[in-house]
Write a protein that binds this ligand. Structure first.
Ligand code: ADP
Ligand code: MN
Length: 174
């Protein structure tokens, strides 16, 4: 068979539940979870360090080269907090996870994020930065906003993806 399985992007502000949801999608569908943050760390795809912000500067070219190899076979759930750097052609479905401000606050506090980081991420979520970015970077009909405040919502999101994938498979002759 020459037809490939689709690639799905799961994006959203840190703490909205991308990794947990992606793992559940992978388990429910057999797709492969690609955690981009982990990929960057493992491959040391950095080209510098910003002392003031305590963050590394991403080497986008190296990351994209590595991902191109992984994604060309299809069948991946890609998990990353931003989405504009990826080529549009890579993804067949883009999920933007959303959480309420107090949900996000509690999750980040549990994770030990400092106040600056919490404020930054809550503002990002309130301003729907990632949703706007996704709508600008991908065809609007493949971008789906999903609320992820509770475990029930997460489970129903996973079910929705499973149904989407089943429909996709039958449309594409799998
Ligand atoms: P992200 O990868 O987007 O930063 P995680 O998947 O690591 O987010 O989730 C952050 C925390 O919130 C984890 O402790 C996770 O168990 C919890 N969590 C994520 N999504 C939900 C949800 N829908 N309902 C309840 N807890 C959630
Ligand atoms: Mn994560």
């Amino acid at each position: 068979m020459t037809q490939k399985l689709p690639n799905i992007l799961v994006t959203g502000t840190p703490g909205t539940g991308k990794t947990t949801t992606s793992e559940m999608i992978a388990e429910a569908t057999g797709l492969t979870h690609v955690n981009v943050g982990e990929l960057i760390k493992a491959g040391q795809f950095y080209e510098g360090y910003l002392e003031e912000y305590d963050t590394h500067i991403l080497d986008e070219d190296k990351l994209l080269d590595e991902m191109e190899d992984l994604l060309k076979e299809g069948g991946n759930v890609v998990d990353y907090h931003t989405c504009e750097l990826f080529p549009e052609r890579w993804f067949d479905l883009v999920l933007v996870l959303r959480a309420q401000t107090h949900t996000l606050f509690d999750r980040m506090e549990k994770r030990g994020y400092n106040q600056k980081k919490r404020d930054e991420n809550m503002e990002c979520e309130i301003m729907q930065v990632v949703l706007d970015e996704a709508r600008e970077s991908y065809a609007p009909e493949i971008v789906v906003e999903l609320s992820s405040d509770t475990v029930d919502e997460m489970e129903s999101n996973v079910d929705r993806v499973k149904m989407w994938l089943d429909a996709w498979k039958s449309q594409h002759g799998f």
